[in-house]
Design a protein around this ligand. Structure first.
Ligand code: GUN
Length: 286
């Protein structure tokens, strides 16, 4: 079974849209998401465009701030601080990666935790790892929703996460652990990686290498979630970290690229933005 992220994302966005219409009646304005893009990396440009499009689709106010990659760290931090102070801005997202002369950690820490729709702020990360209420990072949140939608049981299963990034691998592993899976975090330097992967009931792949996972690394009947977004070296076509054609028949469920995790990340960003907005409005009313 191929799990369509596009379809589930559409359902989530419909739900957000309904809640936005209600929120406008109650609070007099829709949530406002501000996305900051530094530089002209084509992949980042495409992601940011998608986020803006989805924000408009669900009825948010959406602003994209584009800055050249020559912007100083100081200037970028000042933009964020102004957005922090702006009561009519509910969510702030700085598209990563940033140019090397800008300290990403400093940028993420500067975003007000209550406006951190990505769930990257250290206080949000700590809350996730301590099982306190938090904003869940969008991609791992989307992965769990896809597994649930496909009817994959997580509890008691062996999950293997390939990749250990702050954005995907680590939080995805933690969220699977919190659903009572037994989790192994593997990476490009793991010895016997293929064997480890082949033991997984749930295989989450975020290793950033085109068609890295082949059929021999997939346990028969496994659920395979492909987080990769790569270009095929030969054709330039979009492809995942999983060799889809090679692995499809071995997996019980598998996500395609494109149309799998990608749209789910954006749908979860819309949910997170609405959540930040509602939390603020409810607090203001108390
Ligand atoms: N770059 C790649 N994925 C993401 C994401 O989820 N959020 C941000 N801000 N940057 C990214």
């Amino acid at each position: 079974m191929i799990i369509s992220g596009t379809q589930l994302a559409k359902e989530i966005k419909e739900n957000v849209k309904t809640q936005v219409a209600e929120a406008v009646k109650t609070y007099g304005r829709p949530p406002h998401l501000v996305v900051i893009l530094v530089g002209e990396d084509p992949a980042s440009q495409s992601y940011v465009k998608g986020k803006g499009k989805d924000a408009e689709e669900v009825g948010f106010k959406s602003t994209t701030i584009r800055k050249p990659d020559t912007i100083s760290e100081e200037e970028l931090l000042e933009i964020i601080e102004n957005l922090n102070r702006d009561d009519e801005v509910d969510g702030i997202l700085v598209q990563l990666p940033l140019p090397a002369h800008i300290d990403e950690d400093k940028v993420i820490e500067t975003i007000l935790q209550s406006k951190d729709v990505d769930g990257f702020h250290p206080a949000n990360v700590a809350a996730l790892w301590q099982k306190r209420p938090c904003t869940y990072p969008c991609t791992p949140k989307g992965i769990i929703k896809l597994l649930d939608k496909a009817g994959v049981q997580i509890e008691g299963k062996k999950a293997v996460v390939l990749g250990r990034s702050n954005i995907v691998g680590l939080p995805a592993a933690k969220m699977l652990l919190d659903r009572n899976a037994t989790v192994t975090i593997a990476h490009s330097r793991t010895k016997g990686l293929a064997k480890t992967a082949a033991e997984a009931d749930i295989l989450v792949v975020a290793i950033g290498k085109p068609k890295f996972v082949t059929e021999d690394m997939v346990k028969p009947g496994a659920a395979v979630i492909d987080v990769g977004v790569n270009r095929e070296p030969e054709t330039g076509k979009l492809c995942g970290d999983v060799d889809f054609a090679n692995c499809e028949s071995k997996a019980s469920v598998i996500t395609p690229v494109p149309g799998g995790v990608g749209p789910m990340t954006r749908a979860c960003l819309m949910e997170n933005t609405l959540e930040c907005f509602l939390n603020k409005m409810k607090k203001n009313n108390n």
